[in-house]
Design a protein around this ligand. Structure first.
Ligand SMILES: NC(=O)C1=CN([C@@H]2O[C@H](COP(=O)(O)OP(=O)(O)OC[C@H]3O[C@@H](n4cnc5c(N)ncnc54)[C@H](OP(=O)(O)O)[C@@H]3O)[C@@H](O)[C@H]2O)C=CC1
Ligand SMILES: O=C1CO[C@H](CO)[C@@H](O)[C@@H]1O
Length: 325
């Protein structure tokens, strides 16, 4: 594998897969070896270019692949990644690593046991405005506050299957799906984080559509994540205040002509970083699990707030106040 192209298998050929396929095609050191999707129409354009499968287990059993990309709906990440790791292969999985923090922890254990790279595709890490912000911050005063906004109309991002709007398959909604990208960005800028509070608004189907999550970094910086799946348009940006009072910003979509145009360079960055880790035998934790734990903490913080504000809790508070008079 040292000098030969890394043979990639792509599992899941929906909306996001074209960015992976393009990045593989443009890389001189990656080759598309196999693809897998249950839909015949998704495989059709790739016949003759790569081995085609409807079942990832057959793809893995046939061999000839060094590493797999998992780009299937969120609820399948844990089981697909587990199978790839158990086959002894490296895996680059779309965010979120899993829909449950416990499954993320089990995958990390499996990766360590197999000595395989487990890598979450936090594509915004490679965004050129974010890279420039990271460079400016390295030369400036320490950050004291930050905000990441991820605002979009989710219906504009949905492929053939509306699994995003099914809380079971998506993981809950904007917190489970976009939260990991936003939390990972904040971790890149501020270091370790904990959730202080969370407010989440859901639609009638129980999908979280808006969220505001307050966090604190280990260094004492305050941070906010604002998520919206009902926003007219798309805005994805970062704002940071430094200890000297100055502010820095990064518009992740700025300078890119059309819808999703920023993703081409971001996914080239994802696969370049993944390849570097695979070839270097890097099996270290990449932050996928930490992002998942912050998602979990946000949901728990919200439940705590809800419980405290519930009619039952309000009644108990009133009773306590009456007793203390
Ligand atoms: N869309 C976007 O803008 C972005 C998406 N992502 C992430 O990428 C992942 C994929 O999302 P997206 O491309 O939008 O989803 P899509 O629904 O467009 O595509 C998912 C594809 O995976 C297929 N699939 C389902 N089960 C399996 C399986 N067992 N093996 C192989 N393929 C399977 C689906 O087939 P079928 O329809 O028959 O189930 C479908 O073709 C998600 O984790 C998402 O969070 C990340 C960044 C951006
Ligand atoms: O940037 C993005 C575009 O929208 C997708 C759907 O919410 C996100 O998953 C992704 O991070």
């Amino acid at each position: 594998m040292a000098d030969s192209p890394l043979r990639i298998g792509v599992i899941g050929l929906g909306a996001i897969s074209r960015f992976y396929l393009a990045a593989v095609e443009r890389s001189p050191s990656l080759v598309l070896a196999a693809v897998c999707d249950p839909r015949p129409e998704a495989l059709a354009p790739l016949r003759g270019r790569a081995r085609c499968y409807h079942d990832h287990r057959k793809l893995l059993a046939d061999g000839g692949v060094d590493a797999a990309v998992v780009a299937a709906p969120n609820h399948l990440h844990a089981s697909l990644c587990r199978d790839v790791l158990e086959a002894g292969l490296a895996v680059c999985v779309e965010k979120p690593l899993a829909t449950l923090a416990a499954d993320g922890a089990a995958l990390r254990t499996a990766a360590t046991r197999r000595g395989a790279t487990l890598f979450t595709a936090f594509h915004r890490r490679y965004n050129r405005s974010v890279r420039a912000l990271v460079d400016r911050m390295a030369a400036g005063a320490p950050p004291v506050a930050a905000r990441v906004r991820y605002l979009e109309r989710i219906e504009e991002h949905i492929g053939g299957d509306a699994w995003y709007l099914d809380p079971q398959r998506c993981g809950g909604g904007c917190v489970a799906d976009n939260g990991p990208n936003a939390f990972d960005l904040l971790r890149t800028l501020l270091g370790g984080l904990s959730v202080a509070d969370a407010r989440i608004t859901r639609d009638a189907a129980g999908v979280d559509r808006q969220a505001r999550i307050g966090l604190r970094s280990e260094g004492g910086a305050q941070a906010t994540v604002e998520l919206d799946w009902s926003f007219a348009g798309e805005r994805k940006d970062v704002w940071v205040r430094l200890a000297d009072g100055s502010t820095e910003t990064a518009d992740m979509l700025g300078g890119f002509g059309g819808f999703k145009e920023s993703l081409w360079h971001e996914y080239a960055g994802v696969l370049a970083d993944f390849e570097r880790r695979v070839r270097g035998g890097d099996t270290a934790d990449d932050g996928g699990r930490a992002a998942l734990e912050l998602v979990d903490a946000a949901y728990r913080a919200e439940r705590g707030a809800t419980a405290a504000d519930s009619p039952l809790a309000c009644g108990a508070r009133r009773d306590a106040e009456r007793r203390s008079r």
